[in-house]
Design a protein around this ligand. Structure first.
Ligand SMILES: Cc1cc2nc3c(=O)[nH]c(=O)nc-3n(C[C@H](O)[C@H](O)[C@H](O)COP(=O)(O)OP(=O)(O)OC[C@H]3O[C@@H](n4cnc5c(N)ncnc54)[C@H](O)[C@@H]3O)c2cc1C
Length: 509
């Protein structure tokens, strides 16, 4: 295929969540411009088989593709997600939540946490968590879609899903194939590059078939078949800041109500996730192999299961970091092939979506355009680095010293960009704003305050309020949020009415 000609054929390598999200988006948005989209996957190799908790951005992705929410939720057996609960992270016995939404009511002169800080100095105003409607609803296992009236307390949240990522890939496969994306089954055993330009020309399957393309999207998972094994991108290793390098995962049966939140419980050498779906609960222990053996991690996970395990434990290895260049020559890496910053804040599916969105925005005039590649890499580096800092914060801001793992992470040096943010907040209560980047103001406040970093004084504008009025106003708001959340239906009832999978509709009543 001609080197400087526009992109006429895209070859996606890999059929996990990354591959099929890419195929669905390109099938919907790029194929109509005359570009052929083809996906190669190998059933024999399979997918990573984990990844169930998402961020609210997935709703934009689905909406842009024209996917109906109820149909998607039935197909992926999804539940709603309003927050992530962190247990035992600052000190054993603690719990706080990172909500998808804002603290406080709409309006106000300075960020809400400043009023809360000012109020605390004068009386009992409760915990910050009590001022986030999505947290209060999540703790009561309740859910309702947010109101579109920006003045209402019911407009202060957003939501994501907890889903079966393999079913999501299957759902998107059917969606993409209907749009004309061609799927090729087979294991790739060889890659041919143009000797002069280094561009990938074709891949060869085990059975001999050669598939040519202009633009290759590497969605081959951790192995990075094209981006690393062929194009030698390199890997930026962040394990000195994020030392967890293994996971053991197993789903189990759920008992009782289904909570609209994911739980991350700190453990001796890492943390354990619990993700309730409609039909089961996903569980895993993400840990650091320098401090824990796989057998001990598996034992700890199995002991913590609330219901009978449904599948055998799946052991995985990874190195926290990202490809040094996400786009090399005419190959763009998406998903685990592009990097992995461990699953603590459920950011991988978001990063897949970000890469697809940027690829479409920057669609190259010819597939090996180095300017486009450089801009894509710049934007993806920013995404990765900001997520990296946010996740490191959870480890660094701990007062735990009950195991070698926790002593190591609380004492480690962190990136300067993060150290500066922590210090600014510790001294002033101000969160430095990002123009770009995934986690915005309320997310940082939730984790900083949740992990015990409380500034000594509030902003002068918040302190200017008369103390009695401030305390009374805060307590009224707390009550309003509690009442609004209590009026929402239980999530199980909401799902039973709107989006239960066939055979799964069970009311919590
Ligand atoms: C413990 C753990 C927990 C996680 N939790 C979350 C979470 O809660 N939320 C979240 O967003 N993400 C999570 N993730 C990340 C999530 O699993 C992945 O981002 C997601 O599944 C996408 O994976 P992928 O498609 O990039 O790779 P894979 O699923 O590994 O797919 C790779 C594909 O490439 C194909 N392939 C590979 N080599 C070849 C070859 N030679 N020839 C042909 N085909 C080939 C395979 O057959 C497969 O189809 C988690 C990851 C781990 C390890």
């Amino acid at each position: 295929m001609a080197e400087r000609a526009g992109v006429r054929r895209v070859v996606i390598v890999g059929g996990g969540a990354a591959g099929w999200m890419t195929a669905a988006a390109l099938g919907r948005l790029i194929a109509p411009t005359g570009v052929e989209v083809l996906l190669i996957e190998s059933e024999e190799i399979g997918t990573v088989g984990v990844g169930e908790s998402t961020l609210p951005h997935i709703r934009e992705f689905n909406a842009r593709l024209g996917i109906d929410e109820a149909e998607f939720m039935r197909a992926t057996r999804a539940t709603f997600k309003l927050a992530i609960e962190f247990r035992d992270w600052d000190r054993v016995g603690d719990s706080y939540m990172h909500p998808f939404g804002d603290f406080g009511a709409p309006g106000g002169g300075v960020p809400f946490h400043q009023y809360w800080l000012a109020g605390r100095a004068h009386g009992d105003v409760g915990e910050l968590d009590e001022y986030a409607a999505p947290i209060v609803a999540a703790r009561a296992a309740r859910f309702g879609p947010p109101s579109s009236d920006g003045r209402s307390i019911l407009s202060t949240w957003d939501y994501a899903y907890q889903l079966d990522a393999s079913l999501y890939a299957r759902f998107l496969r059917a969606f993409a194939e209907k749009l004309g994306v061609r799927r090729v089954e087979g294991r790739i055993v060889d890659v041919t590059q143009d000797p002069a330009s280094g561009l990938i020309r074709s891949v060869r399957l085990e059975r001999g078939e050669v598939v040519e393309g202009d633009l290759f999207i590497d969605c081959s998972g951790f192995r990075g078949l094209l981006i690393e094994q062929t194009l030698k991108s390199g890997y930026t290793d962040w394990s000195h800041w994020l030392p967890c390098d293994r996971a053991v995962a197993t789903p189990c049966r759920g008992l009782g109500r289904t909570e609209p939140y994911t739980r991350a419980t700190a453990m001796e050498a890492g943390w354990r996730f619990r993700i309730p779906l409609q039909h089961r609960v996903g569980n895993g222990y993400v840990y650091c192999s320098a401090f824990l053996e796989p057998e001990a991690a598996e034992r700890a996970l199995m002991e913590a299961l609330e219901g009978e395990p449904i599948a055998g434990p799946n052991h995985l290895r990874f190195t926290a970091g990202q490809r040094t260049r996400n786009w090399v020559a005419n190959c763009v890496s998406v998903g685990l092939a592009s990097g992995f910053i461990e699953p603590l804040e459920s950011t991988s599916i978001y990063l897949i979506q970000a890469a697809i969105t940027k690829l479409i925005e920057l669609w190259p005039v010819h597939a090996g355009d180095p300017r486009t590649a450089a801009e894509f890499n710049r934007q993806m580096d920013l995404q990765y680095e900001r997520i990296r800092d946010f996740i490191i914060l959870h480890y660094k801001a701990t007062r735990r010293d009950d195991s070698p793992f926790w002593r190591q992470v609380r004492e480690m040096d962190v990136p300067d960009s993060l150290a500066a943010r922590i210090e600014l907040f510790r001294e002033t209560g101000v969160v430095a704003d990002y123009r770009d980047g995934l986690f915005q103001h309320p997310s940082w406040v939730a984790v900083l305050v949740g992990q015990g970093i409380t500034p000594p004084v509030a902003h002068p504008l918040a302190r200017a309020e008369a103390p009695e009025r401030l305390v009374a106003g805060l307590n009224r708001l707390r009550a309003t949020i509690a009442e609004a959340a209590a009026r929402l239906p239980l999530q199980d009832d909401y799902i039973a009415r709107h989006c239960a999978y066939e055979g799964g509709a069970q009311s919590a009543a």
